[in-house]
Design a protein around this ligand. Sequence first.
Ligand code: NAP
Length: 518
Amino acid sequence: MAMRRVAFHGRHLLSSPHLFRRHMSTEPMAALDRIRNSGLLKTQGLVGGKWIDSYDGKKIEVQNPATGDVIASVPCMGTKETTDAISSAYSTYSSWSKLTAAERSKALRNWYDLIIKHKDELALLITLEQGKPIKEALGEVSYGASFIEFFSEEAKRIYGDIIPAPLSDRRLLVLKQPVGVVGAITPWNFPLAMITRKVGPALACGCTVVVKPSEYTPLTALAAADLALQAGIPPGALNIVMGNAPEIGDALLKSTQVRKITFTGSTAVGKKLMEGSASTVKKVSLELGGNAPCIVFDDADIDVAVKGSLAAKFRNSGQTCVCANRILVQEGIYEEFAKAFVKAVQGMQVGNGLVEGTSQGPLINEAAVQKVETFVNDATSKGANVILGGRRHSLGKTFYEPTVVSNVNRDMLLFKDEVFGPVAPLVPFKTEEDAISMANDTNAGLAAYVFTKSIPRSWRVSEALEYGLVGVNEGIISTEVAPFGGVKQSGLGREGSKYGMDEYLEVKYVCMGNLKET
Ligand code: NAP
């Protein structure tokens, strides 16, 4: 096979598969072989049910963040491919939306079954391109699949209403109808679940979709789309384009055929998409950044609080939107909590996610590590103390030590912004009022956590927190059956649960008049 170098985003690609092999260490290579043998290593975009390259032949490389190896190359698509994907979704909409709910439900259920059947290969793919430990990747596959299962069931429950009419010869009906073609843009931190949480309800409602996964993690999206085709979801109902994000985003925004934009990612990009949706007045849902407070009161069960805050902080190397970003600890137990928390963090094993026992993988890229370093330096320069970690890990590349920083305050970046890395800032507080005021002192409003044994306090504080999700004595709270979403600048709309269906439905009122018998 001829070897070809393509430069994109400053990275060079050697496109011979033999070269990928030579560069790769044994475990990733074995994992990739397994995925390839299952037929799930898809490296082209999906438009109208056809696997295609970019029209100009440009490619982007996908790297394993744990090793820096190139795993595969995928097409670098832009305006033209996206326009074709929209046309394909638009023409398929007329048939997919007219199927019965039972038919759509069955196709989604088949998709769920296939995802579960291939859970090991999908998890390996997630670990290879995203870096999270294989155990977490398996957890993501179950979580991601659960949205397809749940929404396959919800497809059959899109009920309307009959409203008692004010005039006797009228009947007032409310129908719920699919919104139309959906543009879905997703991030790299949950390469499967952030897609299924959008595509599941969209397809269940009768919408068709153009998905743009992150350039860092397109392979999981492509594998999942292949399983969707195998499951009987018709060609054109689910299209995948990736590459030049602003071009793809603009094509989706400008199209009058796209009636909805759903996005998960940074607040900055979310704002751009919201602004760009105005010219065609699209429906918009946004799942944006967080700055989660995790409040540990004097009356908390320390073991429960340590376990919960550890899980809420360090999952996915601290790269989730619901990660505990600020651990606020009441003065009475501050020292005791800090000691127990540090001990628990010391037990974490950093390494390649494919290696058994690894509890923390690499960060996604060099920029992510530099952001973490900036935040830690800012805190120490303003008086905080690193009590564990605080440096790049000896493994090199994008590995960073699990870190605990004490005496963080409101003036520090660690308090104000999402660090999106394995750094746990401990912030002391005196009273319940102080804790609530600190917790709400941010433009973000996604997740918050509270640890207390007091039932009245748990109610009081949960109600006072300006957040879309609150975990009480629990650090992992996401589930397909509950609504997920933020307030303030963390987003608009909800995903998952019965509420997640509403985002893909329009409400139509039909007034039937002159019903008097003649
Ligand atoms: P990001 O930079 O905003 O990227 C998210 C997606 O938007 C990617 O597919 C990206 O493409 C694309 N994108 C970037 N610029 C674009 C543009 N101008 N037009 C259209 N699309 C564009 O965010 P990220 O770094 O991947 O993800 C981390 C952020 O997501 C964090 O802030 C995190 O809190 C948030 N997040 C929120 C939730 C939630 O449910 N609230 C869940 C997970 C993550 P490329 O990658 O190809 O450039």
